[in-house]
Design a protein around this ligand. Sequence first.
Ligand SMILES: Cc1ncc(COP(=O)(O)O)c(C=O)c1O
Length: 364
Amino acid sequence: MTTTVRGAADRVLGYPDPQGAAELRSSVADYLRRVRAVDVEPERVVICAGFTQALSLLVGVLDHPVVALEDPGLIGRDRVVAAAGGSPVPIGVDRCGIHLDRLADLDPSAVVVTPTHQFPLGVALASDGRAGLLDWARDGRLIIEDDYDAEFRYDRSPVGALQGLAPERVAYVGTTSKTLAPALRLGWIVAPIPLVARLTELRRHSDAGGPTLDQLALADLIDSGAYERHLRRARRRYRERRDRLITALQRHLPDAQVDGMAAGLHLVVRLAGSQDSARIVPAAESRGLAIASLERYRFGRHRLGNPEPDAAAELVLGYGNIGADAITDAVRELAEVIADGPAHLPARVSGLRPTPRPGPPGGR
Ligand SMILES: Cc1ncc(COP(=O)(O)O)c(C=O)c1O
């Protein structure tokens, strides 16, 4: 960053380009074309403050913003959609993919999906689901592709982005929140051409654009190759954590089933027998062990007045914020909690929850 500031010409110290610094749009376009098979020129790229702002901007440029959100999915997207003037509606998703028939019934103008690695279920959308979704988006509907963690696939290369198959029907969204840090608030939209000018204007009038120096520093990082070197190292680290987590689960919770592909920074564990995640999660928390139940990521169930829990207790375990050495102890503690085990020593472990996102007091 210091180098970026020293090298900055006067022009970059004025108000930013609300579409994003040309240097970063060009670096991001090169990177996404190569790594994610995105159909992109810098003209299609709008730099934004991560997925959250991307969603807000995209809702803001829709004519009739009824927006379907995967259920289960990332917490808080419904509020972002509502705050941007849209109406969020839940659309079911399971291990076989998004419920396309419901999409036809609900008839939203846009749908937000995580096709490369569904959050939180951890599955990829199969090719017939991808084709069905693209077909649904004919006639002016929009798919918002949240490609939040595609860089982290451990057994093979991830499938290419959906956007590459239909660039006028898909707004692709990427973020540095998983690859670098959520604190950066930097991401990008690759938008259908007709939306680019509207997105840029909306960004201009919402916050006058993002900090140019941060964008130039990221462009440098990508162009120098340091970003991809960092990703290769991070991939190795996260893969090791995932392997340790699976080994520890096999050892301490041998009857539990691990779901989801070898990717990302979390996995889903389905517990054997009749377990209640409403008991397990707070009990684990009281030992300093942050985990989440799959229930936590469902919003449709509560909205639709059907708060019945799932028959099987499913836990979402994140390994982005825990060192490899702490994982085995954390899982052993978790197994004790599940077994309603013996009194224990004070908490020593923490951090198996997918990246915590701050919410309002008393929020879900
Ligand atoms: C499903 C999903 N989408 C997007 C994001 C990133 O959001 P943002 O870029 O606003 O930090 C996350 C990070 O937690 C996520 O889990």
